[in-house]
Design a protein around this ligand. Structure first.
Ligand SMILES: C[S@@+](CC[C@H](N)C(=O)[O-])C[C@H]1O[C@@H](n2cnc3c(N)ncnc32)[C@H](O)[C@@H]1O
Length: 294
């Protein structure tokens, strides 16, 4: 049955009023479709992106991942037997490398497709890695991990309330002396392409759907909060619509430090990335190493 609520036609005519409403700038952190990462079609496209070594759309390129893991080992003095959790582990590209270097590894992700791939890969190779299909906002560990990672700007996708909630959960889950390592974007990331802009695309089939669709894209800027929204309105042949919203908070070293301090992380290092590049005023990202000192 067609759900009329999500249909852009009324009596076989385009509902212009509804379209106008849908294309208005939404309030900060308004959610869209619940499923992006776990949508059966989209998650298959994402997995392809994760596993393509020539792209860095869903995961970074293999050589970058390698450098990140090596840098974390040397910089943090990681030793075999330590416990790491990878939040939003995708197909396990970091988990596999940490495991091969002797760590005990837990990967958590709410894309079933990626978790299934990661589990199969570990089984085939005889890797004893624990993969959990779970929303990491529901993380519930007490002082279990030496290091927790959240890599590829996923922290900034969350609403401010969820960011604060997750930091508390992570703080609890770390052993005293443990590290939380993650990366976020800075306002320089969208320099030159900032502000508000629009775009559209007509596809026979593509990233968003395996059938024909029209995509109306808008970028919204919430200047005061330093947040961007990428909004994708997808209309299918029958006029059914879906709205996908991907939020991106940008940070300065001061703003990320403040959030971490509120969650109990007293000391943090900020870098230009997670491979040891120094941070400078033109850096598009911040690689953060937060330390649970008590
Ligand atoms: C941009 S990808 C990065 C994957 C991996 N960290 C990497 O760099 O290869 C984001 C991943 O986080 C997962 N993810 C996003 N939000 C999540 C949540 N709330 N709970 C669990 N997994 C989540 C997605 O399913 C996806 O696999």
């Amino acid at each position: 049955m067609v759900d009329k609520k999500n249909n852009i036609t009324i009596n076989n005519r385009l509902n212009i009023q509804m379209l106008k409403e849908l294309l208005k700038k939404p309030a900060l952190y308004t959610t869209g479709e619940k499923k992006i990462w776990d949508d059966p079609h989209i998650s298959k496209q994402m997995l392809k992106y994760h596993l393509n070594p020539d792209q860095h759309l869903a995961s970074r390129k293999p050589e970058t991942i390698e450098r990140t893991v090596n840098w974390l080992f040397s910089h943090l003095g990681l030793i075999p037997g330590m416990e790491v959790a990878d939040l939003g582990c995708g197909p396990g590209l970091y988990c596999t490398r940490f495991y091969q270097k002797g760590l005990r590894v837990t990967g958590i992700d709410f894309s079933l497709n990626s978790i299934n791939y990661a589990q199969d890969y570990a089984r085939k190779h005889g890797f004893n890695i624990k993969y959990i299909y779970q929303n990491y906002l529901e993380l519930d560990y007490q002082e279990k991990f030496d290091i927790i990672i959240l890599i590829y700007y996923d922290f900034g996708v969350l609403s401010l309330a969820d960011q604060k909630h997750l930091l508390k959960k992570i703080y609890q889950a770390l052993k005293p002396g443990g590290y939380f390592v993650f990366d976020v974007t800075t306002p320089s990331m969208r320099k030159g392409v900032g502000g508000e802009n629009k775009n559209w695309e007509l596809q026979e089939e593509g990233f968003w759907q395996p059938a024909p669709y029209l995509m109306l894209y808008e970028q919204f800027h919430y200047a005061e909060e330093n947040v961007y929204l990428d909004q994708y309105l997808i209309v299918d042949q029958g006029g059914q619509i879906k709205i996908f919203r991907i939020w991106e908070s940008n940070y300065t070293p001061a703003s990320i430090r403040q959030l971490l301090n509120e969650a109990g992380f007293v000391t943090q290092e900020v870098w230009g990335d997670l491979q040891g590049s120094p941070f400078n005023k033109d850096s598009v990202s911040i690689g953060v190493v937060a330390h649970k000192t008590d």
